[in-house]
Write a protein that binds this ligand. Sequence first.
Ligand code: ADP
Ligand code: MG
Length: 306
Amino acid sequence: LLQLYMPLNFLGFVYRQIKQSLTDMERMFSLLDVEKEVEDKAGAKSLACDAATVRFEDVHFSYNPDRKILKGVSFEVPAGKTVAVVGPSGAGKSTLTRLMFRFYDVSGGKITIDGQDIRDVTQNSLRREIGIVPQDTVLFNDTIAYNISYGRPGSEQGEIENVAKLASIDGFIAGLPDGFKTMVGERGLKLSGGEKQRVSIARMLLKRPKIMIFDEATSALDTRTEKDIQQALREVSRGHTTLIIAHRLSTVIDADKIIVLRDGQVAERGRHQELLDRDGLYAEMWAQQQEIRQAEEILAHAGEIP
Ligand code: ADP
Ligand code: MG
């Protein structure tokens, strides 16, 4: 029995990993032959995505009936603007991204893109317009070039190299035995969390979808690398509708709007300075992160003393 149980348990683990990291549902479902939770409506149309304004309207959601995760969340990401969502871990931030990509459907309220309820359009057309750098990237068992170009199949090698550079992963790739042709993933070279994040960022830079979602996309990077990449991300997301789930608040100072999510509800909203002036949860989180940053600086300097 144990022998039977182990692989099933393992599959369950793989299933959850992949599902959580929002890579490629279609491929995964066919691999594992499991039932889709979300189906296209009969006669669903393609999403007509123009400037790409995203709206959450009184969105409710639970993974399990006994526990509400989102309790009436409303906000708008205006076309071409950047909205950041911050808040304590477990608040429901990543859940927002999973709902946008329709890995699950809302249990109340709706999400619209340019006025269309995303439940009324095909998942394919929806996912063409959205790119996500998830919290934990799962790579395919394929070459590093494939993993990057997955964002836009048929890309030329020059383009792939260019985005690899922007995502600061070019140096790492140059050091691999087969460069861009090196096999990665479970059955190939194992990449660190930060390396996988950079592959995922390169994929986004190549796909350049109208709607970009970054879910703590640079959380596994050191401060230096993060700074380099932030610049590339700011440039590429300019003019694109962008949702940033932020880990370090220093990365959201310039956002057009910041949503503070707590326990499945919007606790505060505004721009950085407005939220500091409010002296609420955001201001508290900011103060905490400043203290950590100062401590890190002191430690870094201590390391320089011979
Ligand atoms: P955040 O990204 O803000 O840290 P999440 O959106 O990932 O939070 O999760 C919100 C809550 O939902 C957490 O309490 C988490 O444990 C729960 N949760 C996340 N994914 C699942 C799932 N697949 N099944 C059940 N509960 C989940
Ligand atoms: Mg999260």
